[in-house]
Ligand binder design. Structure first.
Ligand SMILES: Nc1ncnc2c1ncn2[C@@H]1O[C@H](COP(=O)(O)OP(=O)(O)OP(=O)(O)O)[C@@H](O)[C@H]1O
Ligand SMILES: [Mg+2]
Length: 475
């Protein structure tokens, strides 16, 4: 999809295809289209859009807030809500058919004919600016990622440092390859997503993001889905996953649940990690038969415990013991500030990274799963069980994000509501993963009621009352 208006005339079959894609992803995990041009009057002019499935239906959303100054009522509503949800894909398609044709109102823009000689005489005074490589600093990357991923400062620091170092190289010899490991629901996939989001937003090279669930790559022949099937095989004409790097060398690949994949799949990554290259079964547009991965970034996630590095199950259920100083909303990220901040480690970061890497490498070799690949990763990040403080912040963030989906900006959340959510989750043995479901279950009716009556300008609220009986008051 190149333009949002393409959705207007998208066929029922294409929507069926999209539904199939979304249904094959876990609930709430979006399927993205990058660089989709919006409409005249929109700022920014293009963005990443995503489709995902929740318990309530199918959702179209924008990766960032879009301001729209035009007068089309469908677009005004869509961009002020930031998303559209329908209970079936057919209804989502019916909504898309109401989108305007973006060419209708653009006045023809015919520039007057001028000749260079008429207007410019002093050519020597004019210079062409050289392409500047803009690099993102370690501090910037760390601050951005910490807004999204809570309570995993060591992992975020390590990853930010290695990302900044990789992005500073104009001619890297190999891709950046990171392994995120640790117990489930501690933020591994969340950090991988946040990195993809950060690079696609801020990097001077427009990064794309490709997410692959390796738990479906359990058979040796599935490597063909990555590299391309040999001629005469079924699927030879379908573009393989690796083809993304031909379309955009600056791609972040997220390889989720790597421990579930067949060893043949891991073998494939060895060449990529060493040389940044991998053979293709088909001739590529540059007439070679080799994928070039040197500019790409690969994040592998696993929740296998890595031998003795494995962490014990952490009991859920806790009480609020930290005072929230401020909850603020910056762009579409939430930050929660506490009266007492965490203590920074005195150990220098580089030393820390080195030690963590060595520890993880040794543990990885001991597991015997990936011995020859263990030495090839650029870096490792361990995700520790979440502290109670982190869980409280994630609850606050989940409530804010749920409100945001309904177009509600919360300036304050009553601590009693956060405490009750912690109690509900703790009592029923839910994990952090279920916070979203609990927030939706208890708060969606108050959010949707407020959304229905409020105008676009008065959407800032205080969430008061109790979880069972919440109320929204103007901020
Ligand atoms: N550290 C965290 N910061 C912010 N949100 C988190 C964090 N950990 C978990 N969450 C929340 O819980 C959900 C599940 O986390 P995530 O998908 O990152 O887990 P994971 O570590 O990848 O688990 P698994 O090993 O099972 O894949 C996220 O969508 C997010 O809402
Ligand atoms: Mg995960």
């Amino acid at each position: 999809m190149e333009k949002l208006s393409d959705l207007r005339n998208t066929s029922a079959q294409d929507f069926e295809w999209l539904q199939h894609k979304i249904d094959s992803l876990p609930s709430m995990r979006p399927y993205f289209f990058d660089n989709v041009a919006l409409y005249p009057g929109c700022s920014p002019e293009s963005t990443t859009i995503g489709f995902f499935r929740s318990d309530q239906g199918y959702i179209l959303f924008f990766n960032e807030e879009i301001s729209y100054t035009g007068d089309d009522p469908v677009l005004q509503r869509l961009f002020s809500d930031g998303s559209f949800m329908a209970d079936t894909m057919d209804r989502l398609r019916a909504f898309c058919q109401q989108l305007p044709d973006d060419l209708a109102d653009i006045p023809p823009d015919i520039p007057p004919i001028v000749t260079v000689e008429d207007n410019i005489t002093d050519f020597d005074a004019i210079t062409i600016p050289k392409d500047e490589v803009v690099t993102l600093s370690f501090d910037f990357i760390r601050n951005e990622l910490r807004k999204t991923v809570i309570g995993q400062d060591s992992a975020v620091d390590i990853v930010s440092y290695q990302l900044a170092a990789h992005l500073a190289k104009p001619n890297p010899k190999r891709p950046l390859t990171l392994l995120f490991y640790g117990v489930p629901a501690t933020g591994k996939s969340e950090l991988a997503k946040a990195i993809g989001d950060l690079l696609s937003r801020y990097c001077s090279h427009k990064y794309g993001v490709v997410w692959v669930d390796l738990n479906t790559y359990t058979e040796a022949h599935t490597v063909h889905n990555l590299t391309g099937a040999p001629a005469s095989y079924i699927g030879h004409d379908e573009p393989p996953v690796f083809y993304s790097v031909v379309e955009n060398p600056y791609t972040v690949f997220i390889w989720d649940e790597v421990e579930k994949s067949h060893p043949a799949v891991l073998k494939l990554f060895m060449g990529i990690m060493d040389e940044g290259r991998c053979a293709s079964n088909k001739e590529l547009p540059d007439h070679t038969r080799e994928y070039d991965f040197r500019h790409s970034i690969h994040i592998f996630t696993t929740n296998s415990p890595l031998g003795e590095l494995g962490v014990k199950k952490h009991p859920i259920g806790f009480a609020i013991n930290t005072d929230i100083k401020d909850i603020s909303y910056v762009d579409d990220a939430v930050s929660v500030e506490y009266k007492e901040g965490p203590k920074e480690s005195e150990q220098s970061l580089v030393q820390h990274i080195y030690e963590q890497n060595e520890k993880a490498r040794r543990a990885l070799v001991r597991t015997g799963v990936l011995p020859e690949i263990a030495t090839r990763f650029s870096g490792f990040a361990e995700f520790k069980p979440l502290s109670d403080t982190a869980k409280i912040r994630i609850i606050a963030k989940t409530i804010l994000n749920t409100g945001f989906e309904y177009g509600i900006k919360l300036k304050y959340i009553a601590p009693a509501i956060i405490q009750e959510m912690a109690n509900v989750a703790g009592k029923d043995g839910f994990s952090v993963r279920s916070y979203r479901t609990i927030a939706e279950g208890y708060l969606s009716s108050v959010f949707s009621a407020a959304q229905a009556v409020s105008g676009p300008s008065s959407r800032e609220y205080r969430l008061e009352g109790t979880l069972a009986d919440p109320s929204l008051l103007p901020a």
